[in-house]
Design a protein around this ligand. Structure first.
Ligand code: SF4
Length: 292
């Protein structure tokens, strides 16, 4: 097997938790300030109805949701596996601090779970939420994932992100200072961006513990779907996308974790590019090219 050219998620988790870990995706929030009018309306132009978290289990009872989410991967994971409770859809700190506190406490009381990962926006970290995160992060691993997508604020406006890059950098600093790990989501192939824009996004995102890359894809019912249907959107081919990923891996400083080389959209929602949903082909390609 070829030597790994980057620190991948499995290696990082094994070093950190002594075992392979699996994600159990559950939902905490049901909206975000970019949808309900507080910051914007309509959401980011690529965001699906489920708040970019279609794989998450929705249940009022979090313990039940965790059981269901773990049940979905348990067969593959095996009886002794450990899990990350992943609050994935929408903005999971866009809730009252007491609700976040109760959710993290429930996660911590489940000894199958070794980390709580919370996806949110950098402008959803008020003092009350930061206090909750700080208190838990002092004795339990907390990872906060932020959707930077791009460091180019002009593109940020085009995708209706409704926060600027400075807000992201400031949020990562504040989260790091209170002991949270952080991950940044970066999208390659956003309209109007060239390779320099994308590598600048990678450089900015590298202030986090790790990064997640994804190719821009078009889910049904989104604003980006209208652009695509009108022929106003160019999408990346698989080789082209992984050429960008290769450059990104060369750009990321040593020691940063690459949590994901590409993301995927549920097949029932995906309009394009279709190669992103051919998991087997994509995984084989990644294995051949990056030696994972
Ligand atoms: S991607 Fe995140 S911030 Fe943007 S609309 Fe969707 S849930 Fe809100």
């Amino acid at each position: 097997m070829a030597k790994l050219r980057y620190l991948d998620a499995n290696t990082y988790y094994k070093n950190r938790f002594g075992t392979k870990v699996y994600k159990a995706s559950v939902a905490l929030a049901s909206t975000c300030p970019n949808r309900d009018g507080k910051k914007g309306t309509g959401g980011c132009i690529f965001c699906s109805e489920g708040g970019s978290g279609e794989f998450s289990v929705f249940e009022d009872d979090l313990g039940k949701a965790l059981d269901l989410a773990i049940g979905m991967v348990e067969k593959k994971a095996g009886p002794d596996a450990k899990y990350i409770a992943y609050f994935q859809s929408f903005s999971n700190t866009y809730v009252p601090p007491e609700r976040l506190d109760a959710a993290i406490s429930a996660v911590r009381s489940d000894d199958r779970i070794v980390q709580c990962a919370i996806a949110t926006r950098p402008d959803c970290l008020p003092d009350g939420i930061m206090e909750v995160l700080k208190r838990h992060a002092s004795s339990f691993p907390i990872m906060v994932e932020l959707g930077l997508q791009t460091a180019n604020d002009k593109t940020g406006r085009f995708i209706n992100r409704c926060f600027d890059t400075e807000c992201f950098v400031d949020a990562v600093k504040r989260l790091t200072d209170i002991g949270c790990d952080t991950a940044a989501h970066v999208i390659f192939g956003l309209p109007g961006e060239d390779i320099n824009d994308m590598m600048e996004s990678v450089r900015v995102a590298s202030c986090c513990t790790g990064l997640k890359f994804t190719c821009l894809y078009v889910p049904k019912g989104t604003r980006i779907a209208s652009l695509w249907e009108r022929g106003e959107l160019e999408l990346l081919g698989m080789e082209e996308y992984f050429d960008i990923v290769e450059k990104a891996l060369e750009t990321v400083p040593d020691g940063k974790v690459i949590f994901r080389l590409t993301g995927d959209c549920p097949k029932k929602l995906l309009l394009a590019p279709l190669w992103t949903s051919d998991k087997r082909k994509v995984i084989n390609y990644i294995n051949r090219r990056f030696g994972v």
